[in-house]
Design a protein around this ligand. Structure first.
Ligand SMILES: NC(=O)c1ccc[n+]([C@@H]2O[C@H](COP(=O)([O-])OP(=O)(O)OC[C@H]3O[C@@H](n4cnc5c(N)ncnc54)[C@H](O)[C@@H]3O)[C@@H](O)[C@H]2O)c1
Length: 355
C-alpha cells in the first residue's frame, strides 16, 4: 500500500492506495468519529461494492443513499435528497458521509457534506481511475447547473481517501483510459521525471498491471497534493492543473457531453495546448511528439473530431472560467513538466491550431 499525505495544517488527510482496503474494518473504525454514517453511491457501483464496504463497516451503524448513474444526475435536486437522507438518519454534527463511486458521486457527496450543519466529515472511496488520481483529492465539490458544469460548489476537504485498486477490475476500458489521461496531465504540467517514468511503463499501465498502477496513482496524487497544499483555493498555481481543459471542455460541450469522456477531452486538449505553445515559440515539436506518442500508447485520442467548426469551439472557449473580460487565458507549456498560465492569447492563433 502507498500513502500520500495532503498537508493542510488542521485539515490534513491521508490518501491510501492499494488492493483490498475496502473491507479493512480497523481502518474504518479509526476514521469514523460519530454514530451516523451515510454511504452515498450510485445504482451501478453499489451492486458491485456495497457488500464489501458493509464488511468494513461491520459494527458501525450506517445507511445508504443511491443516486441514479450519470453526469445528468449531478444536480442541486439530488443534493437536497442526500441532505434529507441525513435528516432521516438523525445525523448530528459528528456524522460522516462515505462517497463510494466515481467523480460524480464524490463531487456530490462532498458538497452535501459541506452543507449539512455547515460541514461534516466525508471520506472519499473513489471507484474510477479518474477519481483516484484527480477528483477525490483536493476538496473541490459541487454540482452542475442548467447554465453550466460545476458552477455551484464548495471547497470541502475529505477526512481521508481510500483508493482500493481492486475496484478498478470492473471499470470499463474506456473509463480506465480516460483516467490515464489525468495521470499524464500531472506529469506534463510539472513532473518531467514522472513523464519519463510513464514512457517506460506505458505498456504495463495500459494492461492494468497492479504495481505500476499503484505507483502511477500515488505519484499523480503526490503531485496534486503538493499543488493543493500550496494553493488550496486556486488563487494561482492550482490553475495549472487545468492544462488541456479549456480546449477539452469546448470539445466536451460541443459534443453535448455524450461524444467524448472528460479524460478524452483532456488528452486531445493537452495536444492542442502543446501545438499552440509550439506556435507561440514556447515549446518544441519534439515535446508535442512525446506527448502524442505517450497518449497513443495508453489508448487515448490525440486528434479532435472534425465534426465541430473551429469558430464554434472558439466561442465555447471564450466562456471558460479562467478568462478575464475580452481575453483568452490558457494553460500552455514550455515543454514537458513546465506548464504556465498565459493571458491575452490571440484568437487567430487558437483558430490556427483548431483548424
Ligand atoms: N472535484 C474535482 O476536483 C474533479 C476533478 C475532475 C473531475 N471531476 C468531476 O468528476 C466527474 C467525472 O468522474 P468520473 O470520470 O469518475 O465519472 P463517473 O463518476 O460518471 O464514473 C464513470 C462511470 O463509471 C461507473 N463506475 C464507477 N466506478 C466503477 C467501477 N469500479 N466499476 C464499474 N463501473 C464503475 C460509473 O457508475 C459511471 O457510469 C465529473 O463530474 C467531473 O466534473 C471533479
Amino acid at each position: 500500500m502507498e500513502t500520500v499525505d495532503v498537508d493542510l495544517a488542521g485539515r490534513s488527510y491521508p490518501v491510501w492506495i492499494g488492493p483490498g482496503l475496502l473491507a479493512d474494518s480497523e481502518r474504518w473504525r479509526s476514521m469514523i468519529r460519530g454514530r451516523h454514517v451515510l454511504v452515498v453511491s450510485n445504482t451501478t457501483v453499489a451492486p458491485l461494492y456495497l457488500d464489501a464496504l458493509a464488511q468494513g463497516l461491520d459494527g458501525l451503524r450506517w445507511a445508504s443513499y443511491l443516486l441514479d448513474d450519470g453526469e445528468t444526475h449531478k444536480t442541486f435536486a439530488n443534493i437536497g435528497r442526500i441532505l434529507e437522507a441525513l435528516g432521516e438518519l438523525g445525523a448530528t454534527r459528528d456524522a460522516c458521509i462515505i462517497a463510494l463511486g466515481g467523480g460524480v458521486v464524490g463531487d456530490m457527496a462532498g458538497f452535501a457534506a459541506a452543507c449539512w450543519m455547515r460541514g461534516i466529515d466525508f471520506i472519499q472511496v473513489p471507484t474510477t481511475l479518474l477519481a483516484m488520481v484527480d477528483s477525490s483529492v483536493g476538496g473541490k465539490t459541487g454540482v452542475n447547473l442548467p447554465t453550466g458544469k460545476n458552477l455551484a460548489g464548495a471547497f470541502h476537504q475529505p477526512r481521508a481517501v481510500v483508493a482500493d485498486t481492486y475496484l478498478l477490475d470492473t471499470l470499463p476500458q474506456r473509463e480506465f483510459q480516460a483516467g490515464l489521461a489525468e495521470v499524464v496531465k500531472g506529469a506534463a504540467i510539472g513532473d518531467p521525471a514522472f513523464f519519463a517514468w510513464l514512457e517506460d511503463h506505458a505498456d504495463t499501465l495500459a494492461t492494468r498491471e497492479t504495481r505500476p498502477l499503484i505507483e502511477a496513482i500515488a505519484r499523480k496524487c503526490r503531485y496534486k497534493a503538493g499543488v493543493v497544499a500550496r494553493d488550496e483555493t486556486e488563487q494561482g498555481e492550482r490553475a495549472l492543473l487545468n492544462l488541456g481543459h479549456t480546449f477539452g471542455h469546448a470539445l466536451e460541450t460541443a459534443g453535448n457531453y455524450s461524444e467524448i469522456l472528460h479524460g478524452e477531452g483532456v488528452a486531445v486538449g493537452m495536444v492542442l495546448a502543446a501545438r499552440l505553445s509550439e506556435r507561440l515559440g514556447m515549446a518544441t515539436a519534439d515535446d508535442t511528439q512525446r506527448l502524442v506518442t505517450l497518449l497513443h500508447r495508453l489508448g487515448l485520442p490525440t486528434e479532435r473530431s472534425p465534426r465541430h467548426a473551429p469558430t464554434r469551439l472558439l466561442d465555447l472557449m471564450r466562456l471558460d472560467k479562467k478568462n478575464t473580460a475580452g481575453t483568452l487565458r490558457l494553460i500552455l507549456w514550455r515543454g514537458i513538466g513546465r506548464a504556465e498560465i498565459v493571458s491575452g492569447v490571440a484568437e487567430d492563433d487558437v483558430l490556427a491550431v483548431l483548424g
